[in-house]
Design a protein around this ligand. Structure first.
Ligand code: ADP
Ligand code: MG
Length: 298
């Protein structure tokens, strides 16, 4: 496979100087780094391939490496979009893989949200439009993301979004169905939970629609500051999701427009066949209204 700039780990350290930790995942650490020659800052995702990491105890080093190669091939496929993080460089050694990304100076949408508690509806509309455009780009290239959530949506210096973390993403062939359970509990679509719980002959698996569900969860969360499906006992939260039971409760939702609620309610539809697709969501009136007010110079 023609990975960009595949090289030994020392190649990375020759070119970049690693700095402070920006984030941590299951098998990776993300650090700021500086290109020694240009002084430009980047983010590097350093993945431990040695198998010594206890979180990866149940997966072989070769499986782990295959998964990172899958992440890289997806990144190469979707990169070059204004709302998707750009992969700059890849360095691969026997024990580590380094993925160098453009740096998103304003960190996670998650932290931005918690610092503000809730965002204005106008702001949420503009963020959601960017998220949907990024996901639409992925779907058009047959890539399903499977882990959309505010921790994986970063903000650049202008507070525009950059979608990242394609660690669970997959390129689907025509009509392909998926069965494996992956992602983050509160954002999982009902059909994905079902695929994880039922035998293969009892259900039809899942596909791109799981990303549209996650977008509904994200939009709800951005507008009211709390998730639509939550119970401290996870099994009961899963039941709420499978039944599609959530509400626009007072007072948090009193000042949110019917248009915004309408889009959320058309994304949080239990039957994936009746759920809006990402491109349908982009055509929802909630975004037309925004274009209108923008054209009046607001
Ligand atoms: P994981 O698969 O381990 O979740 P991510 O790719 O989501 O790894 O990165 C983990 C965290 O690192 C992100 O949630 C974010 O806080 C930070 N991070 C990742 N990439 C960047 C980037 N390009 N710029 C700034 N921070 C980043
Ligand atoms: Mg992540």
């Amino acid at each position: 496979e023609d990975l960009p700039g595949v090289d030994a780990a020392k190649g990375f350290y020759q070119k970049y100087e690693p700095k402070e930790v920006l984030g941590k995942g299951l098998s990776s650490v993300v650090r700021k780094c500086i290109c020694k020659q240009s002084g430009v800052e980047y983010a590097v995702k350093i993945m431990d391939m040695s198998g010594s990491n206890e979180d990866n105890a149940n997966i072989s080093p070769q499986q782990l490496r295959d998964e990172v190669h899958r992440e890289v091939s997806v990144l190469k496929r979707v990169s070059g979009h204004p709302y998707i993080v750009d992969l700059i460089d890849v360095y691969e050694s026997t024990t580590f893989i380094f993925l160098v990304f453009e740096l998103c100076h304003n960190g996670e949408l998650f932290d931005y949200l918690t610092s503000k508690i809730t965002l204005s509806e106008k702001r949420v509309r503009s963020i959601m439009k960017q998220i949907l455009e990024a996901v639409d780009h992925c779907h058009q290239l047959h890539v399903v993301h499977r882990d959309l959530k505010p921790e994986n949506i970063l903000l650049d210096e202008n507070l525009n979004i950059k979608l990242t973390d394609f660690g669970f993403a997959k390129i689907l062939s025509e009509g392909e169905r998926l069965w494996e359970i992956c992602g983050t509990p509160g954002y999982l679509a009902p059909e994905l939970l079902q695929a994880g719980m039922l035998e293969a002959h009892e259900c039809n698996g899942y596909s791109f629609e799981v990303d549209a569900w996650a977008c509904g969860v994200i939009m709800y969360t951005l507008l009211c500051g709390c998730p639509p499906f939550w119970h401290r006992r996870q099994i009961l939260m899963i039941r709420l999701i499978c039944e599609g039971r959530y509400s626009f409760s007072s007072p948090e939702w009193d000042n949110i427009t019917d248009e915004a609620k309408d889009l959320i309610s058309k994304l949080l539809v239990v039957n994936p066949n009746n759920r809006l697709t990402i491109s349908q969501a982009l055509n929802h009136p909630v975004f037309r209204a925004q274009r209108h007010s923008l054209s009046r110079g607001m």
